[in-house]
Design a binder for this molecule. Structure first.
Ligand code: ZN
Length: 547
């Protein structure tokens, strides 16, 4: 204690301007450099928004500070870092018309009417989520049903499964489609409903978003992220248009969330782009490129070593021959980029591990080769990660969303390396957590809950799915903070509240170490702070302490 106080006094004396903020009386919890939980009672923040000291006692005798904030005993964690998310997509998903859960055609039309009225500037109305099976009428919507509500501008609404859209007359006119247009091979058209391959006829006519619309999506996305306590993101598959929007926001001081951007590899190569250093007060950095080794498990696009249990004539999709995969990664690495490669199936994971093993010999070990998802691994390949310095960037809520599908695709005997978080850590490899938003909710707390329980938010299945792969709370929190920061070459700035790192932290409504997994999943973020400034506050909060 005396040591801390002396260090504090020394720091205060060294500081020319007395503009510190003391946040006192908090139940602070984080993971220390040793991987163990660390508790603290107060934080002293300097005028650059960095942590000056982390203080054990809640009411320290700090003599000088400009601002004192009483944390009222509430729980503080470091800001959560989502290692893998799609920032602009999250914003667009939230800005589109949502017709999920409608119980009738009339309710569906009512939502469209309300959205059209509140978005007079939208040239096209895009939305998603209808399911005629849930409607009283049990029939597909038609172009005429939409024209009755919005006749004057194009409307395109996607079915809940993403395989069909219903469009109005204005959309068909804009796409140059008439009643006489034949459906392409693999598609169908009926009364304004375009199924599978026929979607292309309409989709290609939808204008690309304007820079102003991308800016709006970014603002919306940041608001969502800060509201669930996410202060840093590995921004995956960042297009050059997204990157330009990030830069505009940075120039204008509108970036709150820190973005570690992974540029779409083809676009980075085309533009001859190189990595950047940190920009805009360490809010933005182009750190890597994103590559793909295979598709997804649900659509049987994941590339497997053995055939699918539920489709014995298929092993999925290999996106690149070995030599081509190596060349793609090598090209990007030679321009100084970190490489993040999507790999879901065990064959795709084995391929990219081999590529990284070769590149780690060429470039040295600390290139932090990333595998995104690492969902289905051959247990024999997991020990190959650590020696080549490969990071497994995984998403715990994929496990809870996918488990029944994974069982169907793989059968009961090939699940040993599925979503195998504990095996990854036991092998000595680094783990970074995230959500893949908007595929999953960006809220990290259901992810922390799944990580410690292998159960969904309803507690299913009892005892957890392959419970030997559960993590401890500190392991899970580490993967969401220090682990995700390390995976983005940002551990010197974020991921822990330590002197010299940014005061990016959240105040939450319960102590995550004192609740069960289902309560942990329901944690609410009360406040989010970035660089010592409050950037989100939940309206009319009633703190539910000690629940
Ligand atoms: Zn993704």
């Amino acid at each position: 204690m005396r040591k801390t106080t002396l260090a504090l006094i020394a720091a205060l004396l060294a500081s020319p301007a007395w503009s510190e903020t003391l946040i006192s009386n908090v139940n602070g919890i984080q993971v220390g450099p040793d991987g163990q939980l660390q508790h603290f009672g107060a934080l002293l923040i300097d005028d650059n928004g960095r942590v000056e000291s982390v203080i054990k006692m809640p009411t320290p005798r700090v003599k000088r500070y400009d601002q004192l904030i009483d944390g009222q005993g509430r729980t503080v964690l470091p800001g959560m870092i989502d290692g893998h998310g799609h920032v602009i997509d999250l914003g667009f998903a939230a800005l589109r018309l949502d017709v999920t859960g409608t119980a009738s055609l009339a309710e569906f039309q009512q939502r469209l009417r309300a959205y059209a009225a509140s978005h007079p500037q939208a040239k096209w109305i895009l939305g998603f989520g209808w399911n005629q099976e849930l409607w009283r009428e049990k029939r597909f919507p038609t172009a005429a049903d939409l024209d009755a509500v919005v006749p004057d501008r194009p409307v395109v609404l996607e079915r809940v499964d993403g395989h069909a859209i219903v469009v109005n007359g204005a959309a068909m006119k804009a796409a140059g489609v008439t009643a006489a247009t034949p459906a392409p091979h693999g598609g169908e058209i009926h009364d304004g409903v375009f199924v599978d391959a026929a979607r292309q006829l309409i989709d290609k006519a939808i204008p690309a978003p304007t820079p102003a619309e991308i800016d709006q999506a970014l603002a919306k996305s940041q608001a969502i992220l800060l509201g669930v306590g996410v202060t840093g993101v590995g921004s995956m598959s960042t297009s050059l248009a997204d990157w330009a929007a990030f830069r505009r926001a940075g120039e204008a001081g509108r970036l709150s969330v820190r973005l570690m951007a992974y540029i779409t590899a083809a676009q980075a190569a085309e533009a001859n782009m190189r990595p950047t250093g940190w920009l805009y007060g360490d809010r933005l950095r182009a750190v890597g490129v994103k590559l793909f080794a295979d598709g997804a498990l649900g659509s049987r696009g994941a590339w497997l070593k053995q055939p699918y249990a539920d489709k014995p004539d298929s092993q999925g999709l290999q996106f690149h021959p070995d030599a081509e995969m190596l060349a793609l990664a090598d090209q990007a690495a030679s321009r100084g980029f970190q490489i993040a490669t999507h790999a879901i199936g065990d064959a795709a994971n084995a391929q990219i591990i081999s590529v990284y093993e070769q590149l780690s010999k060429k470039y040295g070990r600390d290139r932090r080769w990333r595998i995104e998802h690492f969902q289905i691994a051959d247990p024999a390949d997991i020990p190959r990660l650590a020696p080549a310095g490969i990071i497994a960037s995984m998403q715990p809520t994929h496990q809870t969303s996918d488990r029944l599908m994974a069982e169907a695709r793989l059968g009961p005997n090939r699940l040993a390396g599925a979503y195998a978080w504990q095996s990854v850590l036991k092998s000595g490899a680094r783990l970074a957590f995230g959500t893949d938003f908007p595929v999953e909710s960006p809220n990290p707390f259901p992810g922390l809950s799944a990580a410690i329980s292998r159960q969904d938010v309803n507690g299913q299945p009892p005892g957890g799915w392959i419970p030997s792969e559960r993590l401890t709370f500190e392991q899970a929190l580490q993967a969401y903070t220090r682990g995700a920061a390390y995976a983005g070459f940002a551990e010197d700035k974020i991921g822990a509240l330590e002197p010299g790192k940014y005061a990016d932290f959240i105040i939450i409504d319960r102590d995550p170490t004192k609740v069960d997994a289902q309560s942990l999943a329901k944690t609410q973020v009360l406040e989010t702070w970035v660089a010592g400034k409050k950037v989100f506050s939940r309206a009319s909060t009633t703190p539910e302490r000690g629940q």
